[in-house]
Design a protein around this ligand. Structure first.
Ligand code: MRU
Length: 367
């Protein structure tokens, strides 16, 4: 996608062919800054502190992190230690494990001197593959949106509600949930997006709104609790969100608050879709509520807000009284029964074991 008219990805190799560059997402929307990752430490910090975030981008950054680590120590011990450090950065998005397993599986049989080059080549390939997967998700989702828009008699405004940021900033390019929105907008469907602000970190208000602005997609930011009201009043035609981990049975783990949107959507007969590339499917898990580890990001993000002051400077402010404890579970699980369909790079399927196995028979059989 483009930033101020210039085609841009979220992660790329610098001109020296060694350093990795990323958009520092902790600074958006008020500052657009590029950060350099030159070491394994840099990559771990970027994921943990959320300079990069979103399941596919976490996986892509981990792949580059392992490649940076191979330049520092390509021994078996170095590979194992780098895997463990990257794996410990964030617990919920399964793309992290997927990318690390992919690289380790390819690197382990190689002699150490071949590992740095092989790791870098695979990290670059994972990034390119992510772009292709998301573009395909966009096409599949465009079909869903077009059918719903036509069923409704082609209204002048087709209202889509999304939660968190599952746009190109959450991936290498295109995004998952936002890819169909970009494709529909470009195809002339009059999309308007309700953007949940997504407290506590405001990925919707800060990142999704910024992306949609950059691409000229009409949108309105709403507080997290507004979605149910809008659905009751017929102002939401479809919901679409991303996911950090989807089980083999179609349960969807995504940013905290997704579950409540799915409940409201079901009560109001609004279709609720989830967009995901196949590396986000965890074929080893069947019960999302019981088995998926939910990140606890601590009280600080709930008690404090970052934003721009009237003076133009950016600053943190505290919104809670001193002494009030806060809790911050970062994700929740929406049971498969509340999901109208999964939009993948291979098309749309039911959120069920049968639906996923139908689209990905080889992966289901291997699990
Ligand atoms: O905590 P974050 O910002 O990494 O959470 C991101 C989300 O929950 C996204 O919706 C999810 O990763 C899907 S991204 C394509």
């Amino acid at each position: 996608m483009k930033v101020n008219g210039t085609p841009t990805r979220t992660i790329w190799l610098a001109e020296d062919g060694r350093t990795v560059e990323i958009i520092d997402q902790t600074r958006l929307p008020h500052h657009y800054e590029i950060a350099q990752l030159a070491t394994l430490d840099d990559a771990c910090r970027a994921i943990k502190d959320m300079l990069v975030r979103g399941a596919p981008l976490i996986g892509a950054t981990a792949a580059h992190g392992l490649a940076l680590a191979m330049r520092e120590d390509a021994s078996d011990a170095g590979l194992a230690a780098a895997y463990d450090r990257l794996f410990a950065t964030r617990p919920t998005a399964v793309n992290l494990r997927w990318a690390l397993d992919d690289l380790r599986g390819r690197l382990a049989p190689l002699p150490p001197e071949q590992r740095p080059g092989a790791a870098l080549a695979r990290a670059v390939a994972i990034c390119d593959e992510d772009v292709a997967l998301n573009a395909a998700i966009g096409e599949a989702g465009l079909g869903v949106f077009r059918a719903l828009w036509e069923q409704k008699g082609k209204p002048e405004r087709f209202n889509v509600l999304t939660h968190c940021n599952a746009g190109w900033l959450a991936t290498v390019d295109w995004g998952t949930a936002l890819a169909p929105i970009y494709k529909a907008h470009d195809a002339g469907i009059p999309v308007h997006v309700w953007v949940d602000e997504t407290r506590p970190r405001n990925q919707g208000a800060s990142l999704t709104a910024w992306e949609l602005n950059q691409h000229g997609v009409p949108h309105t930011v709403i507080v997290d609790n507004a979605g149910g009201h809008l659905m009751q009043h017929g102002q939401v035609d479809v919901c679409i969100v991303g996911t950090d981990r989807t089980t083999a049975t179609g349960d969807v783990c995504n940013k905290i608050g997704t579950y409540l949107k799915a409940l409201a959507a079901r009560d109001n007969e609004v279709p609720f879709y989830v967009a995901l590339p196949s590396p986000t499917i965890d074929w080893t898990v069947r019960d999302g509520v019981a088995e998926i580890p939910i990140e606890d990001r601590g009280a600080g993000e709930v008690c404090r807000l970052w934003g721009r002051l009237e003076s133009g400077e950016t600053a943190w402010i505290t919104v809670t009284p001193q002494g009030s404890p806060a809790a911050n579970p970062a994700f929740d699980v929406t049971p498969a029964r509340l999901v109208s369909g999964l939009v993948t790079e291979r098309g749309v399927c039911a959120a069920s074991a049968e639906g996923l196995a139908g689209l990905f028979p080889e992966q289901a059989a291997a699990a």
